[in-house]
Design a protein around this ligand. Structure first.
Ligand code: SF4
Ligand code: SF4
Length: 110
């Protein structure tokens, strides 16, 4: 099981969650952050600090954002398990699903 970052993070990337994660498993893509499903220890520390409520426990992802589970998992298909996000820094790519979202997907957050 894992926590998942959903749509409200896209183009917002406030990064408050990164500070809270004890295992450094929240990775930064171009438009969104992604939680590594195998490195996440389900501690829940990141979830309450996200100012836009983008983070959900896997089972609690709202129906409309179910695709983000796949996006968080598949983002790491090529990266594997780096074992720490801070050493990678910004990864200049996104899951294709996130990359294809309209530029104004979160207009209220800009
Ligand atoms: S705190 Fe929320 S908006 Fe900020 S990077 Fe983390 S998931 Fe995205
Ligand atoms: S639930 Fe815990 S381990 Fe998983 S991403 Fe959030 S802070 Fe990191």
């Amino acid at each position: 099981m894992t926590y998942v970052i959903a749509q409200p993070c896209v183009d917002v990337k406030d990064k408050a969650c990164i500070e809270e994660c004890p295992v450094d498993c929240i990775y930064e893509g171009s438009r969104s952050l992604y939680i590594h499903p195998d490195e996440c220890v389900d501690c829940g520390a990141c979830e309450p600090v996200c100012p836009v409520e983008a983070i959900f426990y896997e089972d609690d992802v709202p129906e409309e954002w179910k695709d983000y589970y796949k996006a968080n998992v598949e983002f790491f298909d090529e990266l594997g398990s780096p074992g720490g996000a801070s050493k990678l820094g910004l990864i200049e790519s996104d899951h294709p699903f996130v990359a294809a979202l309209p530029a104004d997907i979160n207009p209220a957050e800009h």
